[in-house]
Design a protein around this ligand. Structure first.
Ligand code: PMP
Length: 459
């Protein structure tokens, strides 16, 4: 598809942006001081362009979501067709629409493992809020109303609403909203590079799983509702767990009759080289939340899938008072269905597993020769690059966060979008990226890292 190039009055838009738009997860002081935000105008494939027509390789697929890449005319058509036919109808009071039903059925087919029932929402945060409400309702129906506590991990990100942010573990987010809410607990994450100490990765993985068990025992298994985790922690720094971790977490959850929830908002839809991260990492969740890659970001939509065990009491109980005006939105569902069709037709998941994932791993690893890169880790098309002042001791630069910010700016200057998660640079390119484009990404990242090293190591 040829990208549409509208004639924007960029200075006017930036002025209005500074005057009226409060950006999410942004330094508002800086946006206003710089006279408005960074304006992106159009995109095609894996490239995005600003209003000066400067091209950036989007190493983040937007916010980890544009899995099939930009400029997909088929998705535009799917939305337009559905809007003409039925732009909206609700799923409340037993209503439904054809694409909503088709999508629910398709998701259960992709998920397998008895995850046979699906609820819809509009964002990852809403999906995880839905999970919290659903799990509490489930245990009430099971006659175990004391089972209410959630156990999550440090470095977790599960969204920005009150419950989702409580599941997450970002200090400043918690401080700014007096979180976590009561009943949300956090334990060690399997972040071997930063926190593994002298342990080998696999025994560290087991130790981190045991931290979950210790928390269950401390709270009392009768009081614990569920454990939630991203198969690979994304926004926390692409924390790829040791192989030992998830099977042990699953074993512990089963032993104590605690539900296991996979937050697949990032890992779902091919990102790790399987349809879902839980397949790559070897565990079977009771509940799965998904968003982002579900529609490749072309429409806001999210979903929660549950097993028969969880669905049955809910169905038997009749009314459950939960849902959103746009749950199962027909246009979003039609786009998600087409997005999945494209992924299947182009064998994108297999491509990540067999071709681009391994190539990405091999090429990105070469960046470890840079003096400030302590570790490069990947899984599928997720990448994390640890910035350190001292490779041997893994000591960080100070103040914390500065190195990441410098590197992110150097990336932008070089035409690459690579995000900083504190001191870890993170990558999550569209799943359509070719080997030649991976070469280009690594060249640009290498250049940005060299410039970052030159700046941080001078004096
Ligand atoms: N869960 C995970 C793992 C995420 O990465 C995110 C978003 N980055 C969310 C939930 C929240 O999704 P949303 O921003 O769509 O609310």
């Amino acid at each position: 598809m040829t990208a549409i190039r509208a004639n924007y009055d960029a200075p006017r838009l930036r002025r209005l942006d500074a005057a009226h738009h409060i950006h999410p997860f942004s330094n508002a002081t800086q946006v206003v001081a710089e006279g408005g935000g960074k304006l992106f105008a159009h995109a095609d494939g894996i490239y995005i362009y600003d209003t000066d027509n400067k091209r950036y390789l989007d190493g983040m697929a937007g916010l980890w979501c544009v899995n099939v890449g930009y400029g997909r005319e088929e998705l535009v058509e799917a939305a337009a067709r559905q809007m003409r036919e039925l732009p909206y109808y609700s799923s409340f009071f037993g209503g439904t629409t054809p694409p909503t039903v088709e999508l629910a059925a398709k998701l259960t087919e992709l998920l397998g493992h008895g995850l046979n029932h699906v609820l819809f929402a509009n964002s990852g945060s809403e999906a995880n809020d839905t999970v919290v409400r659903l799990v509490r309702h489930f245990w009430n129906l099971e006659g175990k109303p004391k089972k209410k506590a959630f156990i999550a991990r440090r470095h977790a990100y599960h969204g920005s609403t009150m419950a989702a942010a409580s599941l997450g573990n970002w200090g400043t987010m918690h401080e700014q909203a007096d979180l976590p809410l009561p009943g949300f607990h956090h334990v060690e994450a399997p972040y071997w590079y930063a926190e593994g100490g002298d342990k080998d990765p696999e025994s560290f993985g087991i130790a981190c799983a045991k931290a979950i068990e210790a928390k269950i025992l401390e709270l009392g298994a009768d009081n614990v509702a569920a454990v939630i985790g991203e198969p690979v922690q994304g926004a926390g720094g692409v924390i790829v767990p040791p192989k030992s971790y998830w099977p042990e977490v699953e074993r512990i959850c089963r032993k104590h009759d605690v539900l296991l929830i996979a937050d697949e908002v990032i890992c779902g839809f091919g990102r790790t080289g399987a349809w879902f991260g839980f397949e790559t990492l070897g565990f079977k969740p009771d509940i799965v939340s998904m968003a982002k890659g579900l529609s490749s970001g072309y429409q806001p939509i999210s979903a929660v899938a549950v097993t028969d065990r969880i669905a049955k009491p809910l169905i038997d109980a009749g009314y459950w008072l939960h849902g959103f005006t746009y749950s199962g939105h027909p246009v979003a569902a039609a786009v998600a269905l087409k997005n999945i069709e494209i992924m299947e037709r182009e064998h994108l998941v297999q491509k990540v597993a067999k071709e681009t994932g391994p190539y990405f791993a091999q090429r990105l690893k070469t960046l470890e020769k840079n003096p400030i890169v302590g570790e490069v880790r990947t899984l599928g098309l997720l990448g994390g690059i640890e910035l350190v002042a001292d490779k041997k001791t893994r000591k960080r630069f100070e103040p914390l966060g500065h190195a990441g910010t410098v590197c992110r700016e150097r990336c932008l200057a070089n035409g690459l979008i690579m995000r900083a998660s504190f001191e870890t640079m993170v990558l999550s390119p569209p799943l359509t990226i070719t080997k030649a484009q991976i070469d280009e990404l690594v060249t640009l990242a290498g250049r940005a890292l060299d410039e970052t090293a030159a700046e941080l190591l001078k004096k």
